[in-house]
Ligand binder design. Structure first.
Ligand code: TRP
Length: 338
């Protein structure tokens, strides 16, 4: 019996999102929706990366609220807590512990090359703290504790996963096969949601006018789509041209993701109609997709005991797996067994 189970063992998938801002359409279409689609295929770990958020100063009450909301939204988006281990990073103390160990196997030079560190230290000049610098070592710990096969991340996190792979190579080179080599799992270009107001950059909470939040009111969503940047030419034609019409391409990609229509079908649907008809139609389609998610999240947030039960069970399961890896690491590096 045991053998049957072990030969059919599913591959492990793990990812996290920082509760540093409210979840938005980019998180949903670019990440969570894909996680949901692959639930049955993999053994899944998804967490709220709260320990990462304090590399930038947070308001404590907001961080707490967003962490809870993120969990509610994970579930409302379709992540079944029975089939996915959903947990809060700080609830599983092994993250901090392995994070410290991996800090000592991560080079200053490697960390100095991280583009996110360079960007964030320009943005937060008054608070360039040690955690901001060593963050990729903690992220490597997040990953390696669970020995995942795949780590779905956006393009901007690829460099951190590459660094994690370097750490695996270095560590395993010294101590044998301790960590499984994880593969980044980057969604196709179409899943990358760009800002509605500045479509050359990705949708981000730091530019709220171009960002559609999952809990946002329909009228606000409608307004943001009506004001979405299309293009500077006067063609006024819905046509997929990423280089010359990035704003239109982004709207088409969003519309395609929420309706399942192909770009050709969209071009036909809006032939001769122009942006004045297209933009509100995309807004309406997004509103309809987000409506049940928002309602379900609100419903779940009203039942705090349920959410607490989910994150406690998640932490327990995660901690069990994480502890096995941590023990092995401690032993390999020469820490005295307790
Ligand atoms: N660094 C990721 C981000 O900012 C979040 C994250 C933290 C993560 N730990 C992770 C993602 C581990 C994947 C795996 O988006």
């Amino acid at each position: 019996m045991d053998e049957i189970i072990s030969t059919e063992k599913k591959k492990v998938m793990l990812s996290g999102i920082q509760p540093s801002g409210d979840l938005h359409l980019g998180n949903y279409l670019g990440a969570i929706k894909n996680w949901v689609a692959r639930t049955d295929e993999f053994d899944n770990y998804y967490f709220m990366a709260d320990m990462h958020t304090i590399t930038v100063r947070q308001t404590p009450a907001d961080l707490r609220r967003r962490t809870m909301e993120q969990l509610a939204l994970y579930i409302a988006c379709g992540l079944d807590p029975e089939k996915n281990t959903l947990f809060v990073q700080s609830h599983v103390h092994q993250h901090a512990e392995l994070g410290w160990v991996l800090n000592c196997y991560t080079m200053f030079g490697e960390l100095s090359r991280m583009t996110q560190f360079k960007d964030k230290s320009l943005k937060h000049k008054e608070n360039i703290n040690g955690g901001l610098f060593t963050y990729p070592a903690l992220m490597a710990a997040d990953i390696l504790l669970y020995q995942p096969d795949f780590v779905p991340v956006g393009e901007d996190q690829k460099q951190h996963v590459e660094l994690c792979r370097n750490i695996v190579q270095r560590f395993n080179g010294l101590y044998g096969d301790v960590f499984k080599m994880p593969e980044p799992y980057i969604p196709k270009a179409g899943a990358r949601v760009m800002s509605l107001s500045a479509p050359d950059g990705k949708m981000s909470k730091s530019m709220p006018e171009g960002c559609v939040f999952l809990m946002e009111k329909p009228e606000d969503i409608a307004r943001k789509f009506k004001r979405a940047v299309t293009d500077s030419d006067t063609e006024n034609c819905v046509r997929f041209d990423l280089d010359n019409k990035p704003g239109v391409a982004n709207l088409m990609s969003i519309y395609s993701a929420v309706t399942g229509k192909t770009y050709e079908e969209i071009e036909q649907e809006f032939a001769g109609k122009g942006y004045g008809a297209f933009k509100p139609a995309v807004g309406d389609a997004v509103i309809e997709v987000l409506r049940p998610i928002r309602e379900e999240a609100a419903h779940l947030l009203a039942d705090k005991a349920y959410l607490e039960g989910v994150y406690r069970a998640g932490a327990e399961k995660a901690s069990y797996v994480a502890e096995k890896t941590l023990r092995k690491v401690y032993k390999k590096i020469g820490f005295l067994a307790r």
